[in-house]
Design a protein. Structure first.
Length: 178
């Protein structure tokens, strides 16, 4: 048993929920009231946070959907509306259950101001990672993507910047092999 394993077990015995750890009774003990406090047969697991969704503001959701799917190659995950509100997300085509990118309409004045200022400062609204930035550059360019920076070697990576046609710059990054 490692020191970390021992710490995890100890944290689970200290309380039901302590410092990001939780104690869970196994199936045999979960339904038995007499064994509910028996920690000898319980399992302790680390509760890990995950990024499941992030948002990028766009000035036209339909145009954004076309760009992110047809040009970048993402897949539409969710698309539904209630009144004038539209919930629209895309995911990596090779990871349909992965992190979703919400293409949110920048109808909120604060969101619009942030989006415009970020664009004017030549800052990316999002970064996407690839194993071959040069091949993706050629593919995206052939599909109509407008780059503001071709693949460029920088410290520990090669990056390219493309406009998303909806008010954002996107950085495409290939990390250097260490």
């Amino acid at each position: 048993m490692t020191v970390r394993d021992a710490a995890v077990r100890a944290a689970g015995r200290l309380s039901h929920f302590s410092g990001g750890f939780r104690q869970r009774n196994n199936a045999n003990n979960a339904n038995n009231a007499n064994d509910a406090t028996d920690t000898r047969t319980s399992k302790t697991e680390r509760i890990l946070m995950k990024i499941k969704l992030t948002t990028i503001y766009v000035d036209d959701q339909e145009k954004a959907l076309r760009f992110y799917t047809d040009v970048l190659g993402f897949a539409k995950k969710a698309d539904f509306s209630q009144g004038t509100y539209r919930w629209l997300t895309v995911v990596s085509a090779d990871d349909p259950n992965g992190v979703e990118l919400q293409l949110a309409l920048n109808s909120n004045p604060a969101a619009k101001t942030f989006q415009e200022a970020t664009f004017q400062q030549n800052q990316p609204a999002a970064m996407f990672f690839t194993d071959d930035v040069k091949a993706d550059y050629e593919r995206i360019k052939a599909a109509g993507g407008e780059f503001t920076m071709p693949p460029t070697d920088v410290t520990a990576s090669t990056i390219a910047m493309v406009k998303d046609t909806c008010g954002n710059l996107l950085q495409i990054t290939q990390l250097a092999n260490w």
